[in-house]
Design a protein around this ligand. Structure first.
Ligand SMILES: Cc1ncc(COP(=O)(O)O)c(C=O)c1O
Length: 406
């Protein structure tokens, strides 16, 4: 009999398990928030991207419910065929106004926004320069485009400049792609310097604002605003699923760029339009983010309090450099970090262990929310303090390059 062509799948799973890289889902019940029911146990939630606590906000729920009543549950087709609703355009105009760009386009997810935009902008004759720590959607968008890809070491501008000097002239177009807030590290890309290099070498620059929108900048418009780069020529991608508490993705930029993507981005053209409920919830969220800056202020108070407390009470812990609500504690290896995650869970703290191949070194990833109360943060510190003596915290066994969020 011929060999089983599917047998390799089980063998591969066994290898994944043996490396402690095996992943599975955990069920959460009830509303999203700073505490959640995780498989029946009430835990303090440090695993959510709902930075401003909007995913369970009554106003988003009301907007989504009204949209379902008015338009039904599904968009029934792609935007260019039967899927387009006025609501989509309202959301796009709201994003463009928030980001101070000429226009915007919404996709069904941030992942699809990256795949569609990168494949539309670059092809076989082009060069993509990419930060090594970029999110999986940027990495896969680059691969799918067929362009030549050069990864530069994380945020390392001298290497980027060197590659531009050596390679730029060999290619028709060049696209630099980077996360603005690195999703598994929490640090920021050096945006002003990247923009200067892009301008000097006639490159397009695409930044993924997934973890920055609603969080960074005076009005919450993101890292571009944070660095005072509003109005400079670049392509901004983002998601509606993190601080904006809904689902979907977007691209913001010039009128010509958006018009071009409507004609050339396959993950926008050949997929069903964002559902009315998600669209309405995201629109409500943008209005709230703009009107309620105190949410962002509270978020940053929480971030600063937690950082200070970790440094003060758990100085042995290795906190990776961060300028965002994503705080990562590095551990020796996958086995150890899984053990820490389990211990934290037993103490009532939900903080995911992130392991290779998602990241090069194993870490506990804490994401802070505006709706965390001081008691939640104190409980986390106590729990970390309680377990810290059992672990080495000495990390740095490099494995594979990381692919962004799990
Ligand atoms: C940096 C980054 N880009 C893109 C995405 C994808 O966004 P979405 O969840 O909307 O697909 C994520 C996370 O999911 C992310 O962390």
């Amino acid at each position: 009999m011929a060999a089983d062509p599917y047998a390799w799948i089980e063998q591969s799973l066994a290898t994944i398990e043996a490396c402690n890289w095996y992943r599975s889902v955990q069920t959460i019940n009830g509303h999203p928030g700073p505490t959640v029911l995780l498989e029946g146990q009430e835990v303090i939630n440090f695993a959510s991207n709902d930075y401003l606590g909007l995913a369970g906000d009554e106003r988003l729920i009301a907007a989504a419910t009204t949209a379902i009543q008015e338009f039904g549950t599904g968009s029934t087709g792609s935007r260019l065929l039967s899927g387009h609703r006025e609501l989509h355009r309202q959301l796009e105009l709201a994003i463009a106004s928030f980001k101070q760009t000429e226009d915007a386009l919404v996709f069904s997810s941030g992942y699809l926004a990256n795949l569609g935009t990168i494949t539309a902008l670059a092809g076989k004759r082009d060069l993509i320069l990419a930060d090594r720590y970029n999110h999986s959607s940027l990495k896969n968008g680059a691969i799918l485009s067929g362009a030549t890809i050069i990864e530069y070491p994380h945020c390392h501008l001298p290497t980027l400049k060197n590659e531009l000097q050596r390679q730029r002239h060999n290619y028709r177009r060049c696209l630099i792609i980077t996360d603005s807030v690195f999703s598994m590290d929490g640090d920021l890309c050096p945006l002003p310097a990247l923009l200067d290099l892009a301008e000097a070498f006639s490159c397009m620059l695409l930044v993924d604002e997934a973890h920055a929108t609603g969080v960074l900048g005076q009005t919450g418009a993101g890292c571009v605003e944070h660095f005072g780069c509003t109005g400079r020529r670049l392509i901004q991608i983002g998601t509606l699923s993190k601080a904006l508490g809904s689902l979907g993705g977007y691209v913001a930029g010039s009128t010509a760029l958006i018009d071009f993507l409507r004609n050339r981005a396959p993950t926008w053209i050949y997929t069903t339009a964002l559902s009315p409920a998600d669209t309405a919830a995201a629109l409500a969220a943008i209005n709230i983010v703009r009107k309620e800056p105190h949410r962002r202020q509270q978020l940053w108070e929480n971030v600063n309090y937690l950082k200070k407390s970790i440094q003060q009470y758990c100085p042995e812990l290795k906190l990776l450099p961060s300028e965002s609500p994503i705080l990562c504690l590095q551990f020796a290896d996958a086995k150890e970090v899984l053990n820490v995650g389990q211990k934290l869970k037993s103490a009532g703290i939900f903080a995911p262990a992130i392991r290779p191949p998602t990241v090069p070194t194993s870490r506990i990833r804490l994401s802070v929310m505006a709706t965390h109360q001081k008691v939640h943060l104190e409980k986390l510190i106590q729990s970390l303090h309680g377990i810290k003596d059992n672990f080495s915290f000495q990390a740095n066994k490099k494995t594979t390059p990381h692919h962004g969020e799990v």
